[in-house]
Design a protein. Structure first.
Length: 247
């Protein structure tokens, strides 16, 4: 709709700051605008950016960065309550190990990225479970982020959209919007080949599919993962929909 709020907010210090509002659920309702945001980290916001985020009334940030990542760039708004849900980064270390072993190409990077998504399920479900517990609270407007706002954040947001009843196609479209908006830091990972940097600086459908593959392997399907892995049973799911959907 032309009168809907902007989905992507153009910040100088956070290129991937987006609203999850406006997406339709299968029950005919839509996600409320200006309640759920996703972003790359908030540690480099300019004064103008701070005013924009402040005007949104954001109360809480859910930060999936590892402990060292977070310490390097703390949230730039003192009034936001930051909840650390750390998922330590593994991709760059794995890439450097492969490079040191003598060979590294884009295909290697793609598989390492896919494996990181599988490990979100195998090793980090507790962090996503904690996020869903917070979503039941009165913490909105809120922002979910990691460093780039594309992988840990992208997986979390896909789970949220699924729990709210959004279609698979729309979930995929939101996930892939990162490729339109995220600006990779040119100073990071400069020891890696450019084709590898391109692979890890973007998202592709196979990454998200790998995470879903791990869910099916360990839990059977997404419904069981919501209930058994994330603690979102029918009662909790109905409460989430009541909080974040509108007619």
């Amino acid at each position: 709709m032309s009168d809907s709020p902007a989905r992507h907010l153009k910040l100088q210090g956070a290129s991937n700051f987006r609203d999850l509002g406006g997406y339709p659920a299968t029950d005919g309702r839509i996600i409320r605008w200006r309640q759920l945001f996703r972003s790359n980290h908030l540690g480099h916001l300019t004064p103008a950016d701070v005013e924009i985020v402040r005007s949104l009334g954001v109360k809480s940030a859910f930060d999936f960065r590892g402990l060292d990542e977070r310490a390097e760039a703390l949230c730039g708004l003192a009034e936001i309550t930051v909840h650390s849900l750390p998922i330590e980064p593994t991709v760059v270390a794995a890439l450097r190990a492969r490079l040191a072993a003598g060979s590294l190409c884009a295909a290697d990077a793609l598989e390492i990225m896919r494996e990181s998504y599988r490990n979100y399920v195998r090793r980090n479900t507790h962090s996503f479970r904690a996020l869903f517990a917070h979503l039941q609270e009165n913490s909105a407007p809120l922002v979910i982020h990691c460093t780039a706002g594309k992988d840990r954040t992208g997986f979390a947001c896909a789970l949220i959209l699924y729990a709210l009843g959004v279609s698979d196609n729309t979930i995929s479209e939101d996930y892939l919007l990162t490729n339109q908006f995220y600006r990779r830091d040119p100073s990071s990972g400069t020891d890696l080949p450019e084709e590898v940097l391109q692979a890890i600086g973007s998202v592709e459908a196979s990454y998200l599919a790998a995470g879903l593959e791990a869910i099916r392997a360990d839990y059977g399907d997404l419904e069981n993962y919501l209930q058994e892995g994330l603690g979102v049973g029918p009662v909790e799911r109905a409460a989430l929909k009541a909080r974040y959907l509108q007619s």
